[in-house]
Design a protein around this ligand. Structure first.
Ligand SMILES: Nc1ncnc2c1ncn2[C@@H]1O[C@H](COP(=O)(O)OP(=O)(O)OP(=O)(O)O)[C@@H](O)[C@H]1O
Length: 232
């Protein structure tokens, strides 16, 4: 799937309209940055696209057909991955956490090999046997990205993936995200820190009073709504 065009995304919490008829396109091999003030609705949008939050209105044009949210959820389940700001780590080692991303039916020898590759990909070899629950925020994020790499989703939705990281952890995370994008994954990143992702981002959208606005260059909002190919 090269491009998904989302239309008429609406979400209200009681009388509070959070998303007011959003329209956006996500393309394979492109990274879109989503900014917006606290409470603007970034997480809500990511959760809707991730299939966790039911919208009041939603359509997606896949190029072949137009789906509602329920159909989208069913059709794209498994190819869309939502990564929480504080990724959940299971009990056990980093190695064991990576194993959760693999199909149970995979032969043991292949599991071992894929985990070895994921440890290498994420720069996690040194902490492969460390208890995952005791990792730092940056290390957890790298484990979550390595799990994502193993699962190979088409679309990755990332909520504040570099929040509370020091510079080195941030650079390593951005480097892994760049690899995922260059492998053809679609990335949508919600963040308050556009500068951190400037080397990675193709398109920049800003969420304000329930609407999305394309950002071209330094934070300056375009008036138009069609949103991809806006920045780069
Ligand atoms: N389940 C819910 N019930 C009621 N209101 C909610 C619910 N989830 C989110 N909200 C409200 O919707 C608004 C948008 O929240 P959301 O978390 O999407 O914003 P955000 O842009 O991600 O904010 P931040 O930058 O602070 O993380 C907020 O006012 C929040 O209180």
């Amino acid at each position: 799937m090269n491009e998904l065009h989302f239309l008429n995304i609406r979400k209200r919490f009681r009388l509070n309209t959070i998303l007011d008829g959003l329209e956006l396109s996500l393309c394979a091999g492109r990274c879109t940055l989503l900014t917006g003030d606290n409470g603007a609705g970034k997480t809500t949008l990511l959760r809707i696209l991730g299939g966790f939050e039911k919208p009041d209105n939603f359509q997606v044009d896949t190029g072949f057909c137009v789906l509602n949210w329920r159909q989208y959820r069913k059709t794209l389940q498994g190819s869309v991955l939502y990564l929480h700001q504080q990724p959940y780590m299971f009990e056990g080692s980093v190695r064991a956490n990576l194993a959760y991303a693999l199909p149970h039916a995979l032969p043991k020898s292949e599991q071992v090999e894929r985990i070895r590759m994921a440890l290498h990909w994420g720069g996690l070899e040194r902490i492969a046997d460390a208890p995952a629950k005791q990792l730092s925020g940056g290390e957890c994020q790298r484990v979550a990205l390595a799990r994502a790499w193993l699962r190979q989703p088409g679309i990755l939705l990332l909520d504040e993936p570099t929040a509370n990281m020091d510079k080195e952890a941030r650079l390593r995370t951005v480097s892994l995200l760049r690899q995922l994008r260059d492998e053809g994954k679609t990335l949508l990143i919600a963040s308050h820190d556009p500068d951190y992702f400037s080397s990675l981002v193709n398109d920049h959208l800003h969420l304000h009073t329930g609407k999305l606005q394309a950002v071209t260059g330094a934070p300056q909002f375009a008036n138009i709504m069609p949103l991809h190919h806006a920045a780069t």
